[in-house]
Design a protein around this ligand. Structure first.
Ligand SMILES: O=C(O)CCC(=O)C(=O)O
Ligand SMILES: [Fe+2]
Length: 413
């Protein structure tokens, strides 16, 4: 995690030391007080600790109360919207989260505007999505410019706002800037800027409804275990957004060795992995997680951390099960609490690579799809037993880099 100060006596570094020393309530009190006074680094750490025992529910309540009390800021608004939509402190309420986010966007919060534009695209409302992204781009959001450029190359028509703002964007440091610009450059210009059609309220309601509404699978590849695939569940702009957000968090994948109990790097799984921590979640990544849970017909709170995996040439995930092996004394506590890892959802976030199929060797099935395509499968049979036919691989990537989102879903929240 990053803190905005190098001063080791500042609240966040001090609280981190306290937390590591087991002085959990001291740490939480310190962060709560500092956050209320407007210390964003303290709030960020407090939100991070919401993903860690002990006292997760209590930490979440404290974090949310601190957000309510602290001065308005883009960062506080972003965390708060996620807490509202995910129900981390009180009932989950997407409609309310979107209304609040819209009010923040209206006040000039360009990140709120960017998120809303992407959520509108995810809900299939391209006109509204484009209008909101254009407003965010005009306010200087590189993420919104990137989204407009991707939308342009997906639809064949470029927003004039994306063309105008593209120059600054190429120098913005956005990791996909050069590729997005060179693809979008030759495109004809659409009319614009767009104005969002109709009243805002009903549009926000439709977005809230669309988040976990999933079209029928394009193919049921297997009944036992259930394996289904979809060609298009996520707009390219949302795939890019998740990729860029996860990139700084990518680290060499670790495997858990049930024999020794240790966690280490292993040739078995050579990709880079980012398990997105609480403080990096926002409405867009949470909407993606919700949609992935829905693909497996599971509530989002049964999901583990949303993960992004990047495989460079030669990297792979060799044959494995996603269910958890109950080696005595090892996984027992976790298994008792949340139950088995019953399903897995994958979304391909890019398509600029060869190789890298997801393969089920015992069923002689393989899946590969374009950006935004999805796969969902069960790791247990109908009676809840671990299903060894769910054995699967991420085959070695030949050229390019394969980027996917992966979500493991449990029996219980
Ligand atoms: O990369 C793939 O295709 C497979 C990923 C996978 O098996 C997992 O995330 O559990
Ligand atoms: Fe897997």
């Amino acid at each position: 995690m990053t803190v905005s100060t190098n001063d080791p006596s500042a609240p966040a570094p001090t609280a981190l030391r306290e937390w590591r020393e087991g002085r959990h309530s001291n740490a939480i009190d310190r962060l709560d007080n500092a956050a209320r006074a407007g210390d964003e680094a303290a709030l960020s750490l407090l939100v991070q600790l919401c993903g860690h025992e002990p006292g997760m529910a209590e930490t979440r309540a404290r974090a949310f109360a601190a957000m309510e009390a602290m001065p308005d800021s883009m960062m506080r608004n972003r965390h708060r919207a996620y807490f509202q939509a995910a129900g981390l402190a009180g009932p989950a309420n997407w409609a309310l989260a979107l209304q609040d986010r819209y009010a923040q966007a209206e006040k000039g919060d360009w990140l709120a505007h960017t998120e809303l534009g992407l959520l509108a695209l995810m809900a299939g409302d391209a006109a509204t999505g484009t209008a909101w992204l254009e407003q965010a781009a005009q306010a200087g959001s590189g993420l919104a410019i990137a989204a407009l450029l991707r939308l342009g190359s997906d639809t064949g028509m470029l927003s004039p706002v994306a063309r105008e703002t593209g120059g600054g964007f190429s120098r913005s440091g956005h990791p996909m800037a050069q590729g997005l610009i060179s693809r979008a450059q030759p495109l004809p210009l659409a009319d614009g800027p767009q104005t969002a059609p109709g009243e805002v309220g009903p549009r926000l309601e439709r977005i809230a409804e669309a988040i976990d509404t999933i079209p029928r699978a394009d193919e049921r590849m297997s009944d036992a275990p259930r394996i289904e695939r979809w060609d298009d569940v996520l707009p390219g702009a949302a795939c890019d957004y998740l990729t860029v957000g996860a990139s700084p968090l990518l680290m060499p994948a670790q495997i858990h060795d049930p024999k020794t109990g240790e966690t280490r790097q292993d040739p078995y799984r050579t990709s880079l992995t980012a398990a997105i921590p609480e403080q990096a979640m926002d409405l867009v990544s949470f909407a993606i997680k919700t949609r992935m849970a829905a693909l497996s017909n599971r509530p989002v709170d049964t999901g583990e951390a949303l993960a992004v995996l990047a495989y460079r040439p030669g990297e792979e995930y060799r044959a494995h099960f996603d269910f958890i092996l109950d080696v005595p004394g090892e996984a027992t506590h976790d298994l008792e609490r949340r139950g088995q890892r019953v399903s897995t959802s994958l979304i391909r976030l890019n398509s600029e690579f060869t190789g890298g199929e997801t393969r089920f060797p015992r069923l002689d099935l393989a899946w590969s799809g374009g950006r935004g395509s999805a796969l969902s499968f069960d790791n247990v049979s109908a009676d809840g037993q671990c299903d060894k036919a769910s054995l699967h691989t991420g085959e070695p990537v030949k050229d390019g880099v394969k980027v996917i989102a992966s979500l493991w879903l449990r029996e219980r929240a």
